[in-house]
Ligand binder design. Structure first.
Ligand code: F6P
Length: 325
């Protein structure tokens, strides 16, 4: 069946650049002769039938804004077959023939299930600050979040070096360490703690000791959030117990990493991915995510995008140490 009307939704945690993606999908779709509808609050809006028309002017003046004008949610109802049936019925009643889903791995998993159950053409865009989606070198929002982290660490460095202090700075990432590792490289932190590679307390203490011995006046350790280890709080408690001479403080950056105006890099990524999503649907592609690999925009089957089989560069953990000696 020929596609006439495309629905767009953003789902899961918001990410800077989602608005740039909504704008690009909407305007490229209209340019190519499609009608466009926006679904509010992600899959929840499909279940509760919150669907609006999108025109070219609906997406004016949003490229620079963080968050998502379509709002977002993590929908419990959509996880049930009954919820998905209601979502499908609402989608059909609104005249929507295909979907563009912007979100992280959870949202893309939902897209895969929905597409298989109801034979709906869906194209996904990776939108998450965590960068934990396979088949793409970067996700929309990751670069902005990294820049936010660097900005925060630069500020913390001022106070840390004034007091000769050690700071544990907790960053987001869900179960992935990309924000911690690359945030550490970019900010010149002394160490990065990531879920992908364990670091013992005495290993870390030695690293910090060495730094202070070499007349460093501060140390900053980026710690990826991690329920199992207690993140930055857990690490600081362990260090303080074993090495009470360290004057340690904890800063949790939290949700401020999700906000803010997207960087130029994220705006360009989101705009090009958005345009490629419409190209993909026009070519008859379905159930693929748009990724970027070595500068090329590629189609990644949902199954691969959500596989979590991509390996991160663990030698970069050593690079953080080498660069901070
Ligand atoms: O996936 C994005 C993310 O910000 C993760 O880094 C974090 O673990 C999670 O969402 C927080 O979710 P919520 O906003 O629901 O607390």
């Amino acid at each position: 069946m020929a596609i006439k009307c495309i629905g767009i939704l953003t789902s899961g945690g918001d990410a800077p650049g989602m608005n740039a993606a909504i704008r690009a999908v909407t305007r490229t779709a209209i340019y190519n002769g499609y009608k466009v509808k926006g679904i509010l609050r992600g899959y929840h809006g499909l279940v509760t039938n919150k669907i609006i028309d999108l025109t070219s002017s609906s997406v004016s003046n949003i490229i620079q804004k963080g968050g998502t004008i379509l709002k977002t949610a993590r929908s419990k109802e959509f996880r049930t077959p009954e919820g998905r049936q209601i979502a499908y019925d609402n989608m059909k009643a609104a005249g929507i023939d295909a979907l563009v889903v912007i979100g992280g791995d959870g949202s893309l998993s939902g897209a895969q299930i929905f597409a298989n159950e109801f034979d709906v053409p869906i194209v996904g865009l990776p939108g998450t600050i965590d960068n934990d989606v396979d088949g793409t070198d970067e996700t929309i929002g990751y670069d902005t979040a990294l820049n936010t982290i660097v900005d925060a660490v630069d500020k913390l460095r001022d106070t840390a070096s004034s007091h000769d202090r050690l700071f544990f700075v907790e960053v987001m990432g869900n179960t992935a360490g990309y924000l911690s590792l690359n945030g550490a490289i970019a900010s010149g932190a002394e160490a990065a703690i990531i879920p992908e590679r364990e670091m013992e307390v005495d290993q870390l203490a030695e690293l910090i000791h060495n730094g202070f011995r070499k007349s460093k006046s501060s140390a900053i350790v980026l710690v990826a959030e991690n329920k199992a280890t207690g993140g930055a709080m857990g690490m600081a408690e362990r260090i303080k117990k074993e090495f009470p001479d360290f004057d340690a403080r904890v800063t949790i950056l939290g949700h401020l990493q999700r906000g803010g105006s997207p960087t130029a890099k994220d705006r360009i990524l989101a705009s090009k991915m958005g345009a490629t999503a419409i190209e993909a649907l026009s070519e008859g592609q379905r159930n693929v995510m748009i990724g970027i690999k070595n500068g090329d925009y590629v189609y990644v089957p949902f199954k691969r995008a959500i596989a979590h089989s991509q390996q991160m560069e663990l030698k970069d953990v050593d690079l953080v140490r080498i660069l901070s000696i």
